[in-house]
Structure formats: structure tokens, C-alpha cells
Design a protein around this ligand. Structure first.
Ligand code: GRF
Length: 190
């Protein structure tokens, strides 16, 4: 079975959706590792509860970004990880990981890219008063939310939509879409 690592920085609800899908036998891959750059993030608790090993490492404690990513890479290699799944990982992936995992890093972003890349995509879409926004899963390249798109799902903004209600709708879509896409990627031949 293919091994994947999930990278998270915060709450980790998308990580949890993947964990739940794996538990329900809806994912033909093993979540071998959770990598977190923020000590104290709730995602770490979720990993502990699910019995998934986590690597908690802050770039602040490393000599450089290269050194930070080299330490992650070593752990990924030890865990025989084949696919990196970014789920709320609030950092650009650097050259070290990009070259080691070329074409094997994916991300989920809460807008219909290329609209509203970067931080607070839900807030950006809400402020822009677009009628339709959504969720994108894409491959990761050196840019910010710029890699080739794998899947998208639209979310309609209702007339009385609040920022909070929009956020809840987007997360609901994310939690279904991401496990589905990861399942498809994992069930592909190498
Ligand atoms: C999600 O909206 C995801 O699309 C974005 O960051 C958020 C992470 O949420 N990249 P969570 O940590 O998975 O709850």
C-alpha cells in the first residue's frame, strides 16, 4: 500500500477527513506520517489520537530552510513516503522537497484557483462578493497556489451568506473532495 505524509499547520480538519476516510477503508494508502511546523497545533493532537506518528519541527529551530526541509526529507525517506499531501500547511515548499518529490506533492486551496490564491482565500472571495467560489486540489510547484489543477468543486454564495457560513460550506466540500482525490491518486499505478 502506498504511504503518504500529510503536512498541516493548524486545526488539521482536512487531515482528520483523510484519517477518517482511511479508517473507513475508503483510502487505499497508509497515512504514515503527519508533519507539522507549528508546535501546539491541534493537528498534532489529532495525529496522536489516530496513532499516526508526527514530526513536529519549527523552521525557527533550524539553521536554514534547506536544513529544515532536509530534516523533513530524512523522515519522509525513513517512512517510505511516496506522496506528500499538504492540508493547511502554511508555508511554501522549497527546492529540497520539490526536487525530491517532483510531481508528488499536492495541496488543497479554498477557492477556485487561479482566483484568490494566497492567504485567507475564503475572506478574499467573500469580500469580492463573487457569486461562486469553491475548492481546488492542485499539484505543488515553486509558486504560491500555482501548480497544475487536479480537481475543483464550486460553492455557491447565497444572498444572505456570512463569512462564517461560507467557511463552513467550503470546509464541508474540502472534507469530501480531498479524500476522493487522494484515493484516486493512490490507486493509480506508479
Ligand atoms: C483549508 O481551508 C485548506 O484549504 C487551506 O487551509 C485550511 C486548513 O484547514 N489550505 P484545516 O487545518 O485542514 O482545518
Amino acid at each position: 500500500m502506498k504511504k503518504i505524509a500529510v503536512f498541516a499547520s493548524g486545526s488539521g480538519s482536512n487531515f482528520q477527513a483523510l484519517v477518517d476516510a482511511a479508517k473507513a477503508d475508503q483510502l487505499s494508502c497508509e497515512i504514515a506520517l503527519m508533519v507539522c511546523d507549528k508546535p501546539g497545533a491541534f493537528a498534532i493532537e489529532r495525529a496522536d489520537k489516530a496513532g499516526i506518528p508526527s514530526l513536529v519541527i519549527s523552521p525557527k529551530d533550524c539553521a536554514s530552510k534547506v536544513d529544515y526541509e532536509k530534516q523533513i526529507l530524512q523522515k519522509l525517506n525513513e517512512s517510505e513516503v511516496e506522496l506528500i499531501v499538504l492540508a493547511g500547511y502554511m508555508r511554501l515548499i522549497g527546492e529540497t522537497l520539490l526536487s525530491a518529490y517532483e510531481g508528488r506533492i499536492v495541496n488543497i486551496h479554498p477557492s477556485l484557483l487561479p482566483s484568490f490564491p494566497g492567504k485567507d482565500a475564503i475572506g478574499q472571495a467573500f469580500q469580492a462578493k463573487v457569486m461562486i467560489t469553491g475548492v481546488t486540489v492542485h499539484y505543488v510547484d515553486e509558486g504560491m497556489d500555482t501548480g497544475p489543477i487536479i480537481a475543483q468543486e464550486a460553492v455557491k454564495m447565497d444572498e444572505n451568506e456570512t463569512r462564517e457560513s461560507l467557511e463552513a460550506k467550503i470546509h464541508q466540500v474540502e472534507h469530501l473532495l480531498y479524500p476522493n482525490v487522494i484515493q484516486k491518486l493512490c490507486s493509480r499505478e506508479k
